[in-house]
Design a protein around this ligand. Structure first.
Ligand code: URA
Length: 205
């Protein structure tokens, strides 16, 4: 069995474990689990916070309004959803889209860590404050201050901070310095890093 087939199988096994999960209270209110999707050979994994209503209904990550915007942001630099892997910190929808609690994040964490161990990305793009604070343990860290920055995570993996697309939906201005205009800079850097990693180079932006 090739390495690719083996890893694909491991991910499918993990998805079925996730769909049976009842480790935290979010399992009792979900319609579907939302494990994540995309390329398992990609150097770049995008991580959001948790599924919303559309994701809960479909079982797919980032398919609602925020997801449509994420898809457009990717397409603006000619990346498709199939070029990357997209997942969330928690795999079940928090009621009323509240931020998942520390306990819920902790209970779900082994699933994302297993996904990362299978996919072995070099770069994680943390979308928004919840994802960023999972990976970067800095007191008082603010996404508005650190988006566009690269952080070191374990195993030599880098974490790049970006605004969450839901935040961009609430801040529609495209004026210079606005979250949308900064995101345009950030996604161009993601594209650069993706190309560098695909061609076997180190990240240099
Ligand atoms: N917001 C997220 O953080 N993740 C999704 O999958 C959808 C919306």
């Amino acid at each position: 069995m090739t390495d690719y087939v083996k890893r694909k199988e491991l991910l499918l096994e993990l998805n079925s474990k996730i769909s049976d999960c009842s480790l935290c209270p979010l399992s009792s209110s979900r319609t579907n689990t939302v494990p994540g999707e995309g390329s398992i050979e990609t150097p770049v994994v995008f991580v959001g916070e948790g599924p919303g209503a559309d994701e809960d209904a479909s079982g797919r990550p980032f398919v609602g309004r925020a997801g449509e915007l994420l898809t457009k942001i990717l397409e603006s630099v000619k990346l498709s959803r199939e070029d990357i892997f997209i997942t969330n910190i928690v795999k079940c929808r928090p009621p009323k889209n509240r931020v998942p609690t520390a306990e819920e994040q902790k209970a779900c964490s082994p699933y994302m860590l297993s996904q990362l161990a299978i996919i072995r990305p070099k770069l994680i793009v943390a979308l928004g404050a919840t994802a960023l604070s999972y990976f970067v343990n800095e007191e008082g860290i603010q996404i508005t201050k650190v988006r566009g920055r690269i952080f070191d995570w374990i195993g030599g993996i880098k974490v790049f901070a970006m605004f969450h697309p839901s935040y961009l939906l609430r801040n529609a201005s495209r004026a210079p310095g606005s979250p949308k205009s900064l995101t345009w800079e950030d996604i161009q850097n993601v594209r650069k890093m993706y190309d560098q990693l695909l061609s076997g180079r180190n990240i240099d932006i």
